[in-house]
Design a protein around this ligand. Structure first.
Ligand code: DGL
Length: 275
């Protein structure tokens, strides 16, 4: 497939496929290039500087592939790299192209979901320690109390296909219990990592039914649809031939096998190097 005019979707690994799924459901005619930096995942425990450098390399690669718009389908990259890429790199690299993240669209709807105005965020160490969710939520809704919980074992459970195993119960329960003990008034929990939707059945098992679990995929897809309507100058540069390409920095066989857990379609994968 000629990927010029594609929408690029980037994640450190497989998690972004949960976002890609919802985006392709909502906007099937566009061409997409998915890039997973699986060889260097997880990003969640890496420093700001490293996440920024890796994410920038991925964005540059997706631009080289012809993408006009790139979605950072990764909360860690959105938290640690998006702003610098938008403000510092984009004007030099490609002023007419765009890079968007997943945190802002999530935050925009949260006031309409929470009744108690006490919201919890589950994420990687990187996302939680960056405080990005608190900052973004307080910017729009200063009256909301935000509590973050880093869940460092959850991404490895998903990446290693252990998310459904009995052993995963311990790590899931531990963090659900902890965040609800820190703020018992929480009525909405944001899954602030794109890997976490796979853990949803386990999380629900330990969550009181009165608490809403907010998963980002549909919201990010809605927000992208809206963005394309509001930005016809970007939309007209996008190719609409329902093309799909999948790039990984790890082995293609491993990517294709694990991606089949996330996607219902069989895929062809290409290996690339970044940096
Ligand atoms: N899926 C990514 C996120 O949404 C992070 C996974 C990782 O730690 O690499 O934060």
């Amino acid at each position: 497939m000629d990927s010029s005019g594609s929408i690029g979707i980037f994640d450190s690994g497989y998690g972004g496929l949960t976002i890609f799924n919802k985006i392709q459901e909502a906007l099937p005619v566009y061409n997409y290039v998915y890039l997973g930096d699986n060889a260097r995942a997880p990003y969640g425990t890496r420093s700001f500087e490293v996440v920024y450098r890796f994410t920038r390399q991925a964005v540059v690669r997706l631009f080289e592939e012809g993408c006009q718009l790139v979605i950072l389908a990764c909360n860690t990259a959105s938290a640690k790299a998006l702003r610098t890429i938008q403000q510092k790199d984009l004007p030099i690299l490609a002023p007419s192209r765009r890079v968007l993240g997943v945190i802002r669209p999530t935050v925009e709807v949260i006031d309409g979901i929470s009744r108690t105005k006490h919201v919890g965020v589950l994420g990687t160490n990187g996302t939680i320690s960056s405080d990005s969710y608190s900052i973004e939520i307080h910017h729009l809704f200063p009256h909301i109390t935000v509590t973050g919980e880093a869940c460092p074992m959850w991404v490895p459970l998903v990446e290693n296909n252990e998310y459904d195993s009995p052993g995963a119960d311990y790590f899931v329960k531990q963090h659900i219990d902890h965040i609800l003990s820190v703020d018992p008034a929480i009525d909405t929990l944001i899954l602030g990592c794109t890997h976490y939707p796979l853990l949803m059945p386990k999380i629900k098992k330990f969550l009181p039914p009165s608490i809403t679990l907010f998963s980002q995929g549909e919201r990010v897809a809605d927000s992208l649809s809206d963005y394309l309507l509001r930005h016809p100058e970007i939309d007209e540069r996008l190719t609409k031939q329902s093309g799909r390409r999948f790039l990984t920095t790890e082995s293609v066989d491993k990517f294709a096998e694990t991606a089949s857990i996330f996607l219902s379609q069989p895929i062809e994968v290409e290996q690339i190097t970044l940096g």
